[in-house]
Design a protein around this ligand. Structure first.
Ligand code: CU
Length: 149
């Protein structure tokens, strides 16, 4: 093996140890979002910090959770109104976020890792339909607001 390759390998292995910003300084919180037909069972508030969200589907239909952050100037009341309407305007949401999908009876293998900051509000939404022409699950109650305390 060439010296350069060995050096690169060692750097790759050692670099994370040398970079303190990559080290975990706070515990990782785990939050399960349980999907049913048609609601979320999830905490309404969660503590700040690095958090791994998981989607557990206890329903009989495929469900998703779109998790995204509201902009700071969107009040809890306004956020709830958008969610109940099943339509959050782009201007009210941050560009960060992610989606988890789980089939019936399945827990999604992926997790969403989010650094939560106190005072933030997040939306949970499922826009799936059981069939074309059927209502989106948001209209059936699959929306939730999550506040960071
Ligand atoms: Cu759904």
């Amino acid at each position: 093996m060439q010296t350069g390759i060995v050096a690169a390998l060692i750097l790759t292995l050692v670099l994370p140890i040398l970079r303190p910003e990559l080290q975990q300084t706070t515990p990782l919180h785990h939050v399960d979002i349980v999907a049913t037909d048609y609601a979320y069972v999830a905490p309404s508030s969660v503590p700040a910090g690095m958090t791994a969200f998981r989607l557990v589907n206890r329903g009989t239909h495929p469900h998703e959770v779109q998790l995204f952050r509201f902009k700071p100037d969107v009040s809890a009341r306004t956020a709830r109104a958008y969610l109940v309407a099943g339509n959050v305007p782009d201007s009210a949401a941050d560009e960060s976020g992610g989606v988890l999908i789980a089939f019936p009876g399945v827990t999604a293998h992926e997790e969403l890792l989010v650094s939560l900051v106190r005072g933030e509000r997040y939306a949970l939404m499922c826009q799936f339909r059981d069939a074309p022409g059927k209502p989106q699950h948001t209209a059936l109650g699959m929306v939730a607001l999550l506040e960071v305390r």
